[in-house]
Design a binder for this molecule. Structure first.
Ligand code: PGA
Length: 255
């Protein structure tokens, strides 16, 4: 059985005060039985990681980062943060290849694969994000794009590395738009991703967790997580509200 997993991506939101309030809300609402049925993580901006690590102590919520440098470091990489630094401040997870990194920072499949390997090398669990744009979906290229993104990592890092990661399918057209993929659309692509991995290793394909991301809310989480290949969610906007986020975790825990 794949244990459900819900990760909150805070993106470039928050402040010391707002984060403290949010974590306090999580501390109150995230009951032990809930957490025993669902793994939970939050991914604040780099500058707040060390603070939030302290605030999360004694809660079942793990810490993740939103990105990592692909180079192991230490070294001359001004502005970058290495995977070992993330581990050092208490991270357990790190997002790699989020569509906003691909779109606004020119990250290509090769770089994403190197980031995934850098994370694994220090013992972090990468959350590899893939997803097509609206233009690509409308052109009938969804499978083509997803296959390219997944295969790039399978080829460069190997299927065992993918097996030690979490994958997140996030259609770009559903991120922050309020427009969610239907449960059937999500399932269709999740099934495709699992098949792609199964072509290399059936056991790994059966055990790797595939999250859905893109306008997940408390009101639609349950039907999305009911799909057989949707093992939880990567949640942006709704992770900034403790009550809403915990309701999404509760929906996953019921899976
Ligand atoms: P959203 O973002 O839930 O605000 O759509 C998801 C993500 O980008 O991870």
């Amino acid at each position: 059985m794949r244990k459900p997993f819900v990760a909150g991506n805070w993106k470039m939101h928050g402040s010391r005060d707002a984060n403290a309030r949010l974590v306090q809300g999580l501390r109150t609402a995230m009951t032990a039985p809930l957490a025993s049925h669902c793994d939970v993580a939050v991914c604040p901006p780099f500058v707040y990681l060390a603070d939030v690590a302290v605030q999360l102590q004694g809660t079942p919520v793990a810490l993740g980062a939103q990105d990592t440098c692909a180079e192991p470091g230490p070294g001359a990489r001004t502005g970058e943060v290495s995977a070992s630094m993330l581990l050092d401040v208490g991270c357990r997870y790190v997002l790699v290849g989020h569509s906003e990194r691909r779109q606004f920072h020119g990250e290509d499949d090769g770089l994403v694969a190197r980031k995934l390997s850098a994370a694994l090398a220090v013992g972090l669990t990468p959350i590899l994000c893939v997803g097509e744009s609206l233009q690509e979906r409308d052109a009938g290229l969804t499978h083509h794009v997803i296959a390219r993104q997944v295969d790039a990592v399978l080829d460069a890092a190997g299927v065992a590395a993918v097996g030690r990661s979490v994958l997140a399918y996030e259609p770009v057209w559903a991120i922050g738009t309020g427009r969610t993929a239907s449960p059937e659309q999500a399932q269709e692509v999740h099934g495709f991703i699992r098949g792609r991995i199964a072509a290399r290793d059936g056991n790994i394909a059966g055990s790797v967790r595939l999250l859905y991301g893109g306008s997940v809310k408390a009101s639609n989480a349950r039907e999305l997580f009911a799909m057989p290949d949707v093992d939880g969610g990567l949640v942006g906007g709704a992770s900034l509200n403790a009550e809403e986020f915990v309701a999404i975790v509760a929906a996953a825990a019921r899976k």
